[in-house]
Design a protein around this ligand. Structure first.
Ligand code: HEM
Length: 477
């Protein structure tokens, strides 16, 4: 065993990962910069404009200390909820009394239709039952195998392209799309990659930004931007239809070859299988929700580690220790605690889904406050993850918080995937994928920033970098 180890491994064997990580965190002392919060409540027009540009600074300092913040918003009341008791009431215990907001539906429906993310009531319950098998442990092992193979392939491509100034954001977006495509359809995405990425990028840039009417009009009331958004999503929907037609031409196999087979044959007790249109919405939902968010969590993990060389060295040492055999999903998570902790810390500091918003469908009482039907209930991971009552040194990069042996994190303080019945169905998927890619990449390369200019996060639908920095990759062996 020892004979098979590299010198680097011998020099760096992790004996007590938590202690070593704490030492590395202290040496790196990284506090990543963020946009400066507004100094007080913004007038409505400025708030609406800011939400289209970057929502992250719109919460003023007190929001990071209070349990609940109430403010008027276009004729309704909006509540920002930070306290575990309030979050539990809205997202878990009385979740049935809250629904997706008309703005969320208007913005996302043209891209993902009535799939699992936007469905409500009995239709949602049925979809969740039908989709669940696609995320069972066997499917996660398929994901681990695909991730392993595709990451190695992508690393070969990186070497051919030169390592001096690498666009890691583009790299992880292409890789995450390839992994999503292969686990969903067993197909290479090469032929469709540009069309898929362009479809998503164009929609994000032009149509995903919220406007006043999105917040103002009740669901179902027509607005000009609904039509424009449907037109804007055409390219994405047409590309998806082509991918689905190619895959559907291959007969189902038993056991299922991929998630498409699972979804195509899905039928729970007394449930009819999905119709073609429902299957298309489901695929659109999983492909979009699945790869963009995971790619962002990987980008932010690399970005943080590029400025935290000591922690990065520990992730690399851990990767050396576990070696190159293809792991199961459970092994990915159990044998790479440092890489997993880095991914979780990146999800804390840069939660891709920075707000989880609901509308009250009926009157309720939350934390002693009367909540009228129509009120907006906001749980904002961006705020929650930096809340001063819930975290020690909230602005500092410290993956040690998520290590085995560290004091447990409050269940309601870290919610990158939400919580309750509508918790992200792909959470394990994302953690396995991001942890394995990070570990494999850092086994091969040291990641360094090419320049030291700050990279600020921007929040519009997801949290992405204000500029796309280049990274230098230095081969480790
Ligand atoms: C780091 C990556 C990811 C993040 C941060 C993320 C985050 C979230 C959040 C915050 C929600 C909403 C929870 C709510 O409204 O209460 C959600 C829902 C959802 N996510 Fe994810 N997600 C990620 C990866 C994935 C992946 C890999 C998939 C699928 C392959 C996926 C599929 C979905 C679906 C289908 C829903 C809707 C669930 C429902 O309403 O029943 N997500 N995700």
């Amino acid at each position: 065993m020892l004979l098979g180890m590299s010198t680097a491994t011998l020099a760096h064997r992790l004996h007590d990962p938590l202690t070593e990580l704490r030492i590395a965190v202290a040496a790196d002392a990284l506090v990543p910069p963020v946009p400066r919060p507004v100094t007080g409540p913004l007038p409505m027009l400025r708030l609406l404009r800011q939400l289209r540009i970057n929502a992250l600074p719109t919460w003023a300092e007190p929001a990071y200390e209070l349990d609940i913040v109430e403010r008027p918003f276009l004729g309704r009341t909006s509540f920002l909820i930070n306290a575990p008791e309030g979050i539990r009431r809205v997202l878990v215990d009385n979740a049935e009394a809250y629904g997706r907001t008309p703005a969320t539906i208007r913005i996302l429906a043209p891209m993902i239709g009535d799939g699992l993310f936007l469905a409500t009531g009995e239709a949602w319950r049925r979809q969740r039952r039908l989709v669940a098998p696609a995320f069972a442990p066997r499917a996660l092992d398929l994901l681990a195998r695909v991730t392993d193979r595709e990451t190695e392939r992508a690393i070969d491509g990186l070497r051919r392209g030169g390592l001096g100034a690498v666009d890691l954001l583009g790299f992880v977006q292409r890789l995450a799309l390839e992994i999503a495509g292969r686990t969903l359809f067993s197909q290479a995405m090469t032929a469709h990659r540009e069309a898929v990425r362009e479809g998503i990028a164009a929609y994000g840039e032009r149509w995903a930004r919220p406007g006043a009417l999105d917040f103002f009009l009740p669901d179902g009331w027509p607005a000009p931007q609904d039509w424009l958004r449907r037109a804007g999503a055409q390219k994405w929907r047409r590309t998806l239809a082509r991918i689905i037609a190619e895959r559907a031409a291959v007969p189902p196999s038993d056991p299922p070859a991929d998630l498409f087979d699972v979804l195509r044959s899905a039928a729970g007790d007394g449930d009819a299988p999905f119709t073609e249109a429902q299957l298309a919405d489901q695929i659109a939902t999983l492909l979009l929700a699945g790869h963009e968010t995971t790619a962002l969590s990987l980008f932010w993990s690399f970005h943080l580690l590029a400025s935290a060389p000591q922690v990065q060295a520990l992730v690399a040492a851990e990767a050396d220790e576990v070696g190159g055999a293809t792991p199961t999903a459970a092994e990915v998570l159990a044998s790479r605690p440092v890489a997993l902790a880095v991914v979780k810390e990146a999800l804390r500091l840069y939660p891709p889904a920075f707000t989880i918003v609901r509308v009250a469908l009926r009157d309720d009482v939350v934390m002693g406050k009367p909540v009228p039907a129509g009120a907006l209930m906001v749980v904002a991971p961006w705020v929650l993850h930096r809340h001063r009552k819930l975290w020690a040194e909230p602005a500092a990069f410290d993956p040690g918080r998520f290590m085995p042996g560290a004091p447990p994190v409050d269940r309601y303080a870290w919610l990158p995937f939400g919580i309750g019945p509508r918790v992200c169905i792909g959470a394990q998927f994302a953690l396995v994928e991001a942890t394995l890619v990070l570990s494999r990449m850092l086994a091969r390369f040291r990641v360094e920033p090419v320049d030291r200019r700050p990279v600020l996060p921007v929040g519009v639908v997801t949290v992405y970098p204000e500029r796309n920095p280049a990274f230098r990759l230095v081969p480790r062996r």
